[in-house]
Design a protein. Structure first.
Length: 318
């Protein structure tokens, strides 16, 4: 009798130990997969708010070398050359050129008129050699390395053209069509037969008040309901603008619990979840906290802070 009871207890102990080890293995495997997925992190306009010039090839290469993708903007010149420019003209970023020319809309100028304009000195003289790159030049550079990702914000060239160019260079799998319009997401998905997408929007308020939190949830839910109706069809990842203030009792807007619930729901539907801390992105801690909430990666206007946080998250997982 004693030996039978002892034997059963031993089996129970072994089984419990096995389950514990299995759970630990699953947890380790899941963490490894999450860390490997951090490559989807990306920098707004390549240079963020004020670190590197907007949308230049040199800036893009800098991002890729730091293990992050690039969110960029492409539009046509008058002679239909696709160029990487965020604003409708070069008034903000252009230097050493006629002021009237800089005020003129890009789609009213031929590429020859803008190709030699300095678009780096507005930040720092050391960037004075940087120029407006063509979409082709960027895609050609991407072709050198399959890990280089481009999140393309279409400023009027159209999804068919973006897809055509990406296919021409054989890098469609490295391109994420980026928009705040779900209709455009579905359109791109149809054109590319399932191409990758990045859908983004923000909370619609910067107010860390009871009313602000409620407004943020209401806005996010209205957007999420649109996706739910289509069962999240065509969406590869979402990127939400969030605001972070560590001095507040609830530091995130939208609030932490709501962001956690979104992470769970999106993951259940096979959608990657990323956030860009529009406010507070200069703090490394915000990326760690977003990681704990369940984000698969980040966007940033403060690339150096994000790069450091990515290194720390990866190092902690080893």
């Amino acid at each position: 009798m004693f030996s039978s009871v002892y034997f059963l207890k031993t089996l129970v102990f072994i089984f419990a130990a096995f389950c514990c080890a299995l759970g630990s293995f699953a947890s380790d495997t899941n963490l490894k997969q999450r860390v490997e997925g951090l490559y989807i992190s990306h920098v707004h306009r390549g240079g963020g708010d004020r670190e590197r010039p907007d949308n230049t090839l040199e800036t893009f290469i800098w991002c890729w070398q730091n293990g992050a993708g690039v969110e960029c903007d492409v539009r046509f010149t008058k002679d239909r050359v696709p160029v990487m420019v965020h604003d409708g003209n070069l008034r903000r970023t252009g230097r050493n050129a006629d002021k009237q020319l800089l005020k003129t809309p890009i789609n009213k100028l031929d590429y020859a008129e803008i190709k030699d304009i300095d678009v780096g000195s507005y930040l720092n003289k050391r960037f004075c050699a940087e120029r407006v790159p063509t979409f082709d030049a960027v895609l050609k550079e991407m072709k050198k390395d399959k890990t280089r990702l481009l999140f393309v914000d279409d400023k009027g060239v159209g999804p068919k053209y973006v897809a055509q160019k990406a296919n021409e260079y054989g890098i469609l799998d490295q391109v994420y069509y980026t928009t705040c319009s779900y209709h455009q997401i579905l359109n791109w998905n149809k054109i590319t037969n399932g191409g990758k997408t990045r859908l983004w929007w923000g909370p619609g308020t910067k107010s860390f008040t009871k009313e602000g939190y409620a407004k943020a949830r209401k806005r996010m839910e209205s957007k999420m309901n649109e996706l739910r109706k289509k069962n999240f069809k065509g969406i590869t990842l979402v990127c939400f603008d969030v605001h972070y203030n560590p001095k507040m009792p609830e530091p995130f807007l939208p609030d932490t619990e709501y962001l956690k619930s979104l992470a769970v729901e999106l993951h259940k539907n096979g959608v990657l979840f990323t956030c860009i801390p529009y406010v507070g992105g200069n703090l490394k801690e915000v990326y760690h906290r977003l990681w704990e909430i369940g984000c698969d990666g980040f966007g940033s206007d403060n690339p150096s802070a994000m790069f450091e946080a990515l290194k720390e998250i990866k190092a902690a997982a080893r």
